[in-house]
Design a binder for this molecule. Sequence first.
Ligand code: SER
Length: 612
Amino acid sequence: MKPLSTDQIRQAYLDFFQQKRHTVIPGASLIPENDPTVLFTTAGMHPLVPYLLGEKHPGGRRLCDVQRCIRTQDIDEVGDSSHLTMFEMLGNWSLGGYFKEEAISMSFEFLTKILGIPVKMLAVTCFEGDSDAPRDEESAEIWKKMGILENRIGFLPKAKNWWGPAGKTGPCGPDTEMFYWIGEGEPQGTPATHDREWLEIWNDVFMQYNKKEDGTFEPLKQQNVDTGMGLERVAAVLQGVANVYETDRMKPILDHVLRLSPREHMLGNHEMESGIIRHARIVVDHLKAASFIIGDGIVPSNVDQGYVLRRLIRRAIRSARQLQIEASGTFTPAVADIVIEQYAAAYPLLFARNKTIRDALAHEERQFGRTLSEGLKQFERVAAGASSMIAGVDAFHLYDTYGFPLELTVELAGERRLRVDQEGFASAFEAHQKLSRAGSEKRFAGGLADHSAETTKLHTATHLLNAALRKVLGNHVWQKGSNITAERLRFDFTHESKMTPEQIQQVEDLVNWAIQKDFPVSYHLSTVDGAKEEGAIGVFDDRYGSDVKVYVMGDREITFSKEICGGPHVARTGMLGSFKLQKEESSSAGIRRIKAVVIGGAKEIEVAGEGW
Ligand code: SER
């Protein structure tokens, strides 16, 4: 029998959980909405945080989806057999519904019945217990009942078998992880004893706790299940290939890159082979991730997501150069073409934005080419000043600023009978990594999607602003982006010209009027079509699935704002205090950007509930 393709596994997963009465929801963008604390969506649970904390989801208590995720912390492992910068996570959730028994039995059924994995190829781990939470004998017992042998059940401490919170605080709990035997010969031991030979493929997290500021754990209002299965890894084991790059959707991209390399013929040569393969995998991984990130609306830049994107593209080009592939403007778009070809069926947005993706890559590739020539000049300066050795910091500067791989610096230095202080390079490299890691940890430390009183108020203010803009400027105004921190809101919308001071004043006054009216805020459930029919505004892409929440701010006489949204919001507009529009500026062609704050509202808020 032909092994399941990646597309078939994705579909089988959704079908299976739908049949188990889960609502299939669309995966979210790689760029978190209204969440300034993290750069990228890192797990399927990430867009669901408000609902894991108790907010009602329009799809109900049982959800499943496929979520594209980016994890940059593993970037140095990319190129091995199983780590990817971007991967697809298949997930199912219980929001205060089923718990361990049902979650584990569905996982087992899917793995063994639907995917047909023999039980003997599987092992699991459970939480071994500590002073915060007991040993998870319950999960182990359920696994045994399913047919997993006791000697395939390992117990591990918190570092391994506990998930979350994704930030400093938030929902978390013990997990049970599922592994597939990839070692030689017959399966042996458990992941606790044979770590390298068992590949993690799925994780069921039992979110029972909320980690608090002071580091203690309190039971959550609702017990949730959050699972995540790595699609590429599952495809690799089912397809009997040793690594994710050889799976059906990734291999054509890898083959293309290898074909372009004049070093391809060295593939039989053991010494050269691992280097060549590793660089080719890095190209595939990075340009695939880059294509998706651009597809989700980011362009290369020197800040935030744009900077990560730029580094991914440049690292890919560096690896391409190691493969002696020329990259002067057409290489990266050609790889993206194949990425799009492979993934457009599952991700139509890649196809819809294929020109944007190609153009952004081509532009960055050319620009990087220029940076590299600048680097050559810099190298000449450094070399002219060196007597016998190029200092590690200089080599690192060439690497970091001009994108010179160390090998290139060594090679050029060799031509001038110079050596390179490689140890000095390594320590400069390490120091830099520590710094950037500290940076990303700091970013994460705020916790996922901060749903504090301040951000909730600003979120409600965003709806009032959106409505006010449409009343003052006209119905051509549509939301193009929204970003909320604890300090301010930022709102991008379609409008051709700069707003006049009068218009700005009118909008501000109108929002403050709506605040003073102290309108009640509530939501009701609807479908996208139903919401459109009743005149709700909102971002009508498929981000919320077919069932949506419609938030209404108004009273019996006046509906001030009616908007599709996931929530949460404050229960009455009066809680906002007052609204101040601080800045109106251009964001890009045809798009204006407003920054605004709310001042002096309620310290403690009540959250809007279901109305009508
Ligand atoms: N959040 C868990 C993970 O990332 C399960 O989805 O593994």
